[in-house]
Design a protein around this ligand. Structure first.
Ligand SMILES: [Zn+2]
Length: 365
């Protein structure tokens, strides 16, 4: 099966947070009172013959608000989901709150990091630059994948920078015909930004963590911030996300050979399998003596992170595994590294995949 999916580490939780806040939903009425923003969603969602628009990477926050039917009532809430609920509350309470603007910014920033190639920095002030270089070097050696993998950082500051915002609008907003019009629209948005305390500073506007078959990995500042606010060390949060997304590249590479996923009944089960395997493999890399060499204390923090980012949308196509399942996947990855590294070797991606198959249905689900 050809995998076209974009895997977003925190998306399940994003759904969850919105559902948590759904009690506020009835109070929301949208009024488009921004003259420069006439239905900005429409041009972004048009699917014409151009390579910029890919429905697979778009989602509308307006749609996911209706996803609460997917919720498994027995699944627990986590500290992480509470932090995210706080961000959403802040957005919803802002005097400049506007669903279309929210959607517009999320789309622009996601598309920008999807198509951008060039200089990069990681973390709001580049605080993860050194770590990124180190981990990329380690992961490249550890898995030996035959593909070019590159990491784009996503920043809320992109949406507050006149040139970058204009680039985004010119490239992705089909209602704009030329750069002059893009500048005009950017300036009207910057005027809103200047008055609002959440547009675009709120971490939600740089909340992506995903990967694509092209070799692209994206890690947003916002998701890093949310994890550190949950009490997780920033280096662990960054390394974990990078290792998790890196494993999706292995899944892309071995797509033809690893056929277990083809037997799964529906997209929801396939996503859950891919995500839990990525947690398992990330844990293997992080704890391996020839990987990130995390000691037990740091691995425990990884377990905590894995638990926190689980979601409860068990029927959703974007379900990444419940907190308990994600925690279990991480623990088995650690055990695998502990058993294998006594012999001092690194298992190949296919061996790790096979090791995961042995525990997946019996012990993780
Ligand atoms: Zn993933």
């Amino acid at each position: 099966m050809k995998r076209k999916d974009v895997c977003i580490l925190g998306l399940g939780i994003l759904f969850f947070s919105i559902t948590v806040l759904s009690c506020s939903r009835d109070q929301l009425t949208y009024e488009n009172n921004q003259p420069g923003l006439s239905d900005p969603k429409v041009p972004l969602h048009k699917k014409k013959n151009n390579s910029y628009v890919n429905e697979d990477i778009t989602y509308s926050i307006l749609n996911v608000v209706n996803d609460e039917l997917y919720m498994d009532a027995s699944c627990e809430s986590t500290d992480f989901s509470q932090v995210l609920s706080g961000y959403l509350t802040e957005i919803l309470n802002d005097p400049f709150f506007d669903f279309n603007l929210l959607d517009y910014y999320l789309e622009l920033n996601r598309k920008y990091v999807t198509f951008y190639r060039g200089d990069n920095y990681y973390g709001e002030n580049g605080e993860f630059n050194h770590l990124a270089k180190k981990r990329i070097r380690e992961l490249t050696k550890f898995w030996s994948l035959d593909r070019e993998i590159y990491l784009n950082g996503q920043h809320t500051a992109f949406l507050d920078d006149r040139e970058i915002l204009t680039d985004m609008i010119e490239s992705f907003d089909r209602s704009v015909r030329n750069r002059m019009e893009a500048y005009e629209k950017a300036d009207s948005l910057l005027a809103i930004n200047a008055q609002s305390s959440v547009f675009p500073e709120n971490p939600y506007f740089a909340f992506d963590a995903f990967t694509k078959p092209s070799g692209l990995l994206v890690i947003g500042d916002g998701i890093l911030q949310s994890l550190t606010e949950t009490g997780i060390d920033g280096d662990i949060a960054f390394s974990t996300m990078l290792a998790h997304e890196w494993w999706h590249q292995a899944q892309f590479e071995y797509d033809e050979e690893w056929d277990f996923i083809d037997q799964l009944a529906n997209p929801s089960e396939r996503t859950r399998f891919s995500e839990l395997e990525a947690d398992f493999a990330a844990s293997y890399f992080l704890s391996h003596k020839r990987g990130a060499t995390y000691n037990w204390k740091r691995i425990e923090e990884y377990f905590s992170l894995s638990f926190n980012v689980g979601d409860c949308f068990v029927q959703s196509n974007d379900h990444h595994g419940t907190p308990k399942q994600r925690l279990a996947a991480a623990k088995f990855g650690y055990k695998l590294a502990a058993s294998a590294q006594k012999k001092g070797f690194i298992l190949s991606p296919t061996e790790v995949h096979e090791a995961f198959l042995k525990v997946y249905e019996l012990l993780i689900l």
